[in-house]
Design a protein around this ligand. Structure first.
Ligand code: FE2
Ligand code: FE2
Length: 383
């Protein structure tokens, strides 16, 4: 057995014992397995040792992204946040691949230097909303060193209508202020009742929701109650304060058949329109995805579990596409990311693709309609 095979065997043995003990995971245990995972990845030679790339925010104006092509090449950064999203965890006895990926993302964030101001989890922590899946996810995310904010995805919700999620993480709709930016977290996966009439069980309701082409499909919405909440929340915020909204579904209409879509998007956008600088950061679509509608910039988050293909039509024109993921590489097209909040309040979004070079979609790229800061292609970093 060569050194790589021996290392791999050692990893398999350690992983097995780790998974047996995952329910009583300690910090030391977590760090050990994260280290083993990293060593194995390095041993396969498939994945570059680069890792996490953070979201940058810029508020304040000078040389900011709104200057378009004439703006300074390096807009001053105010602070950075990180994200991990769409982990889709099954209980460990069924599938530990996604567990490994979630642990890898947490290790990525913890290795960032300097540390981000906080990390957002972008929804779909669980695959079928099972209490055990959500508890496992919490256990893994509890190892994050920065402060953590949580958002709900449809996979977390439709088994028990959010009961376990709320018990573990608190409210699903909330806002907070950080360094002059107003952040809002929405539950954007509200759908009409499709389960009562056909008398679906909670699991059937969840399984229907988990399909990409759901035969019981109803479009996602933010819904009237939350729109009212948002209107009241924003009433107290000056229009010059930068807004960053986190939603699980994209707050626009991309592709309805896969629910890459929010049905009341225009009504939500109308509430955001009066603000000078608005960024929406969403999960759910598992791909590099960029859009601009009026004053609102949109960035999709990567999934740690799998990449979705691009929809057959409706792709926003400013999106820089990843090429098709390599099916022999379980991490290809997956990743995590970060955002630099710039002094202007706008955001540079970095996609930390685990098997490819990282890609940054800058505020200037979106502001200029794609004329400046054209990012390089997200090619496989082994080429
Ligand atoms: Fe997802
Ligand atoms: Fe989702």
């Amino acid at each position: 057995m060569g050194p790589k095979e021996a290392q791999h065997q050692e990893y398999l043995t350690a992983r097995e014992s780790y998974l047996k003990q995952l329910t009583s995971l300690s910090r030391r245990g977590f760090l050990r397995v994260a280290g083993i995972a990293a060593a194995t990845v390095a041993a396969t030679g498939k994945i570059a040792a680069h890792s996490f790339q953070p979201i940058e925010f810029d508020f304040g104006g000078e040389g900011g992204a709104s200057g378009g092509a004439a703006a300074a090449p390096e807009a001053p950064k105010s602070f950075t946040i990180a994200y991990v999203s769409d982990s889709h965890l099954y209980e460990k006895k069924l599938n530990e691949r996604f567990v490994r990926a979630a642990i890898k993302a947490v290790a990525d964030v913890n290795a960032l230097d300097p540390q981000p101001d906080f990390v957002l989890f972008g929804g779909d922590l669980a695959q079928l909303g099972a209490p055990g899946e959500l508890a496992l996810g919490k256990q893994i995310l509890d190892e994050l060193k920065p402060k953590r904010y949580m958002m709900v995805g449809e996979h977390d919700w439709y088994f028990d209508m959010g009961e376990k999620w709320r018990e573990l993480f608190g409210k699903e709709t909330y806002s907070f202020d950080h360094k002059g930016v107003h952040f809002v977290v929405l539950q954007s996966v509200v759908v009409e009742d499709y389960w009562t009439k056909p008398n679906l069980t909670p699991l059937q309701r969840m399984q229907a929701m988990a399909q990409l082409d759901n035969p019981h499909g109803r479009p996602f919405t933010v819904g009237e109650a939350q729109r009212e909440w948002l209107k009241n929340d924003l009433a107290a915020v000056p229009k010059t304060t930068p807004l960053v909204v986190f939603s699980h579904s994209p707050l626009y209409k991309y592709y309805k058949a896969w629910n890459f879509w929010t049905d009341d998007a225009e009504q939500v956008q109308a509430l955001l329109a009066p603000f000078k600088t608005v960024t929406v950061i969403h999960g759910h679509t598992h791909q590099m995805l960029s859009n601009r509608i009026g004053n609102i910039s949109f960035h999709g988050m990567l999934s740690t579990a799998w990449p979705w293909p691009y929809a057959p039509h409706g792709l926003p024109k400013l999106t820089v596409q990843m090429n098709r993921a390599d099916p022999f590489d379980e991490f290809d097209g997956c990743g995590d990311g970060s955002m630099d909040v710039l002094k202007s309040g706008e955001v540079n979004a970095r996609y930390n693709l685990w098997s490819r070079n990282p890609v940054t979609i800058t505020a200037r790229y979106l502001d200029s309609g794609g004329k400046v800061d054209q990012p390089p292609l997200a090619v496989d970093s082994t080429y």
